[in-house]
Design a binder for this molecule. Structure first.
Ligand code: FAD
Length: 285
């Protein structure tokens, strides 16, 4: 690990000013669960680390006037897992409580996961899956972006060098009637080989009137599969939707090499499972 200077601002504005002052060699650090590994293998060599963990305004959850759930970027998984959230917002707490291990959950943050842009991580895929928006603050002001598109590639976000992700905003409860998240995990690492988020608005007969399906882990950034979601909203079976989703994410997957066929099959079965679960939740709403 190369030597660095540790900076500990207590406001977001202070953190942004420090990132700007030492750009391009400064990096924000939240829980350090990804960045410390990068420092150790020297794939990251910042001269200044700007800690976000002492900035109270970046941590915690609140419900906005329009019913959106605003989650501070420096909120840890452990805080999320403990939160008592109504309706499908509660799936956020379930996902946070079911990833990694206790030490990682105690330090790792939702914002750190999104900014790492690792396609195997759960939170980026979940945020895209429910149509979340992200609040960003930088030296030139604030902006709000869709979670979808925030990662430009694996490990690459659209954040500028003096920008901080300040919050992840889940849409109001009424946006979806049911949300189901499924993943098949790496045995030692716990992150996803494939994850699937299925968000539904139900029709009167317990079918999906509107659907959004997102697949993480199989491509450099999580992808929404519009064709499969349209099939679902058109009344197709979960098995048909699963096959269509797998073909959309990995075209020609059944004819590919062993690793591709394996992922194709995982997508098929996880989509089927997530759709079945979300539909059964819709029927009980
Ligand atoms: C053993 C282990 C098991 C794991 N298992 C899982 C798993 O099952 N599922 C899963 O999803 N993940 C898993 N992870 C990954 C984990 O989710 C991430 O390491 C963690 O969320 C990163 O958050 P952090 O706060 O520690 O980020 P940091 O390591 O502090 O930062 C990561 C990156 O994000 C940037 N950054 C952080 N916060 C901000 C911000 N607010 N604004 C701008 N930039 C920011 C940093 O500059 C850095 O580039 C695992 C990690 C470990 C070590």
């Amino acid at each position: 690990m190369k030597p660095f200077t540790w900076l500990a601002p207590d406001t977001t504005a202070g953190a942004v000013a420090m990132l700007r002052e030492y750009a391009p060699d400064a990096r924000a650090i939240a829980g350090g669960q990804s960045l410390l590994l990068a420092l150790k293998d020297r794939s990251a060599r910042p001269t200044h680390l700007v800690s976000l963990s002492g900035i109270d305004e970046l941590a915690g959850l609140r419900t906005a006037d329009d019913g959106s759930l605003v989650v501070g970027a420096a909120t840890t998984y452990a805080m999320l897992a403990r939160a008592s959230l109504p309706g499908w917002h509660g799936v956020l707490a379930e996902v946070a409580g079911d990833l990694a291990d206790r030490p990682v959950r105690n330090r790792g943050t939702i914002g750190g996961a999104l900014c790492t842009a690792d396609p195997r991580y759960d939170m980026p895929a979940f945020a895209i899956g429910v149509g979340a928006r992200l609040q960003v603050r930088g030296a030139s002001g604030d902006r709000v972006v869709a979670a979808e598109g925030f990662a430009a590639d694996a490990g690459v976000t659209t954040l500028g060098p003096d920008e901080i992700l300040t919050a992840v905003v889940l849409p109001p409860l009424g946006t979806w009637d049911a949300v189901a998240f499924e993943k098949f995990r790496h045995r030692v690492f716990d992150a996803a080989i494939v994850s699937v988020t299925c968000a539904l608005r139900g029709g009167r007969d317990g079918t999906a009137a509107e659907a959004r399906l997102t697949v993480g882990g199989a491509t450099p950034v999580p992808v929404t599969v519009a064709g499969a979601a349209a099939l679902l909203a058109g009344g197709a079976s979960a098995a048909e939707v699963g096959t269509r989703a797998a073909d959309e994410v990995l075209p020609g997957g059944t004819a590919g090499g062993e690793a591709v066929r394996y992922r194709h099959e995982l997508i098929r079965s996880l989509v089927r499972r997530a759709v079945d679960r979300a539909l059964s939740d819709v029927r009980t709403v």
